[in-house]
Design a protein around this ligand. Structure first.
Ligand SMILES: NC(=O)c1ccc[n+]([C@@H]2O[C@H](COP(=O)([O-])OP(=O)(O)OC[C@H]3O[C@@H](n4cnc5c(N)ncnc54)[C@H](O)[C@@H]3O)[C@@H](O)[C@H]2O)c1
Length: 265
């Protein structure tokens, strides 16, 4: 399947009541998948972008099976040509983009003194430049419509640091600064730009790190979280749902921590 072809779309033709189109990157699994599910349930036509070919299509198919409007596209967010091709296909198949959620990221661990320039650049390319690619590619539609919502998914690592994750924390801190800069640059255009800052969300990638012995058990982590549990993808999706809504025309440049009361940042 080419990245320019939609993998799955419902048969619904939204001519009479066009659905707002929401793009979610890194949407095949984890938090991105939860966000895509929530936005579909909220009534958006959701374009899921995934890096591993076919994975976004499979997730979109499952969302469509529950009655949502969803289509999957393959793109590596670090590759601008792939992002532009996917965005062009989304526009052609679903319509102009109204909501952009930049969620795709990688979070490997590496001691700072052993971190190579290549490792550093890879994380910045995916997490920060990937956010730039995604937002800049989609944004002309929002500007044209005079309405839009941009939501970035950062990390509490940007606020409190994280050992062996200097590249990741720096990339996520860049997203916080990007949020502020874009919020003021587009403040008069009907577009709001905000960031959700997750902390300790139990996703398959976190589970894998736990299985590899890189992080403590969920029970041990929960001891240090005021609400007494790890978060879920649905917890993040709820915040994104709010930030994507009409209720946030006066909310821009903000970071919302979804962290179980861990008072960071
Ligand atoms: N899980 C947590 O506790 C936690 C905490 C803080 C921040 N976050 C942030 O939340 C977001 C989602 O995290 P998650 O736990 O669901 O992780 P995850 O690894 O399960 O999901 C990330 C998704 O991004 C995709 N992706 C990675 N590189 C990509 C690329 N180059 N192009 C396109 N897609 C790519 C992956 O395939 C994956 O589907 C990330 O931005 C992460 O930094 C998560």
């Amino acid at each position: 399947m080419s990245s320019a072809e939609p993998a799955v779309a419902t048969l619904e033709t939204p001519d009479s009541h066009p659905k707002r189109v929401a793009v979610v990157t890194g949407a095949a699994a984890g938090i991105g998948r939860s966000i895509a599910e929530r936005l579909a349930a909220d009534g958006y036509a959701v374009a899921l972008i995934g890096r591993t070919p076919g994975t976004a299509a499979a997730a979109a198919s499952e969302i469509a099976a529950t009655g949502g409007t969803a289509a999957g596209y393959d793109a590596d967010v670090a590759d601008r040509a792939q992002v532009d091709a996917a965005v062009a296909a989304i526009r052609a198949e679903l319509g102009p983009i109204a909501v952009v959620v930049a969620n795709a990221a990688v979070a490997p661990q590496q001691a700072f003194l052993e971190m190579t320039l290549e490792q550093w650049n890879t994380i910045i390319d995916i997490n920060l430049t990937g956010t730039f690619n995604t937002v800049q590619s989609c944004l002309p539609d929002l500007v044209e419509a005079g309405w839009g919502r941009v939501v970035l998914i950062s990390s509490s690592s940007a606020q409190r640091g994280a050992p062996k994750m200097a590249h990741y924390a720096a990339s996520k801190g860049g997203q916080l600064a990007l949020t502020k800069a874009l919020a003021v640059e587009f403040a008069r255009t009907g577009i709001t730009v905000n960031t959700v800052v997750p902390s300790s969300i139990d996703t398959p990638s976190v589970e894998k790190k736990r299985a590899d012995g890189k992080i403590p058990s969920a029970e041990d982590m929960a001891k240090y979280i005021p609400v007494g549990r790890m978060g879920t993808g649905a917890d993040i999706a709820g915040a994104v749902s709010y930030l994507a809504s009409d209720d946030t025309s006066y909310v821009t440049g903000q970071t919302i921590g979804v962290n179980g009361g861990s008072f960071i940042g």
